[in-house]
Design a protein around this ligand. Structure first.
Ligand code: 2P0
Length: 325
């Protein structure tokens, strides 16, 4: 008998960043983080568990994936199989709905969608909080993609209580303009980058201390629906994270010339009275946090330097949900 489920999960952008693990096996972070789930970027994943399958297989955007990619999926599915006490194999089919030029293929939406689908297909009935602890062991940022809106990943004390907590549905005037600077493969993966930073950057302990304060402050700003404060904390936190990498040995940076161009455009808009704030992750793309009602104006300013296909406007997105095939 086969057991099947089809689930959508959206990606998320951290406003307070996760950058560093205290436990690499269980993906336990050094600090709590807080993100916004995005409407426009998501992954749809179908999982079929079937006694007749000799092994796991994984298809991404219609293409059968190689051994390395499939092993990653198998290892992740083992968490669910252990929970169910079964050895049943699976076929996984994922479609990444990411605008082509974005270069934002995300492990966050991928592992959240796969976690949601495996949970349903095996009839495990994990609640969202527990499910987020499973998603976490695929990729840290996937923890937060279980929920929509603003989501905190509480660092917790152990694997069982390092989970996602919904903070606010972000149903106010909030948006994001993504500037897709380029799609080149990263020279330093985020996993290696964070490890190097934790192990060698003298700025790292200061980052952890400062992120603890930032998470309290940003939650207060969200509770007060204070967009300016939300943006200020977001921009400062992201800059501090990138600062830790310049202190690493050997030092590294994900920034490119066009990243700085986008940041300068956002800063110039701010001087003109448009509230917008930048954040960047483990890559050169710039995300401009703004009021959704002003996103089009911001996009117009960015169009002076970037082409239309590099600019994506999105509103906050929802948490994972089941789809009908
Ligand atoms: C974040 N990033 O909070 C941070 C900010 C990048 C910069 O989470 O090793 O793919 O799989 O847990 O989640 C990217 O790292 O890393 C990330 P793993 P992940 O969104």
């Amino acid at each position: 008998m086969s057991k099947k489920a089809y689930v959508r999960a959206h990606t998320n952008i951290a406003l307070i960043k996760y950058w560093g693990k205290r436990d690499e096996t269980d993906f336990l972070p050094m600090n709590s983080s807080l993100s916004m789930t995005l409407d426009k970027l998501y992954t749809d994943t179908m999982v079929v568990f079937d006694e007749a399958l000799p092994q796991d297989s994984f298809y991404l955007n219609g293409e059968k994936q190689g051994e390395k990619e499939t092993q990653k999926i198998s290892k992740f599915l083992n968490l669910f199989r252990e929970e169910k006490n079964t050895a049943i194999r699976a076929r996984v089919e994922s479609i990444n709905h990411v605008p082509t030029a974005a270069g934002l293929a995300s492990s966050a939406s991928a592992f959240a969608a796969l976690a949601g689908a495996a949970n349903l297909a095996l009839g495990l009935d994990l609640d969202p909080q527990r499910l987020s602890t499973f998603a976490r062991r695929g990729s840290g940022s996937a923890t937060r993609s279980i929920y929509g809106g603003f989501v905190e990943w509480d660092m917790g004390t152990c694997s069982d209580d390092s989970f996602a907590v919904p903070v606010d549905d972000a149903g106010w005037d909030i948006g994001m303009v993504i500037v897709a600077v380029n799609q080149k493969a990263k020279e330093v993966s985020s996993r290696i980058g964070m490890k190097r930073t934790v192990e060698t950057s003298p700025f790292y302990p200061a980052w952890v201390e400062s992120a603890k304060r930032d998470i309290l402050d940003i939650k207060a700003a969200i509770a007060a629906k204070d967009f300016i404060r939300l943006g200020e904390i977001t921009e400062a936190n992201g800059m501090k994270m990138h600062g830790t990498m310049l202190g690493a040995e050997p030092p590294f940076s994900y920034w490119e010339p066009d990243s700085i161009v986008a940041i300068k455009i956002a800063q110039a808009l701010r001087k003109q009275g448009i509230a917008c704030y930048v954040t960047m992750d483990a890559g050169p793309n710039v995300k401009v946090l703004c009021r959704l009602s002003q996103a089009e104006t911001i996009k117009q300013a960015l169009l002076e330097h970037f082409t239309e296909d590099k600019l994506i406007i999105t509103k906050p997105g929802k948490g994972i949900r089941e789809l009908t095939p």
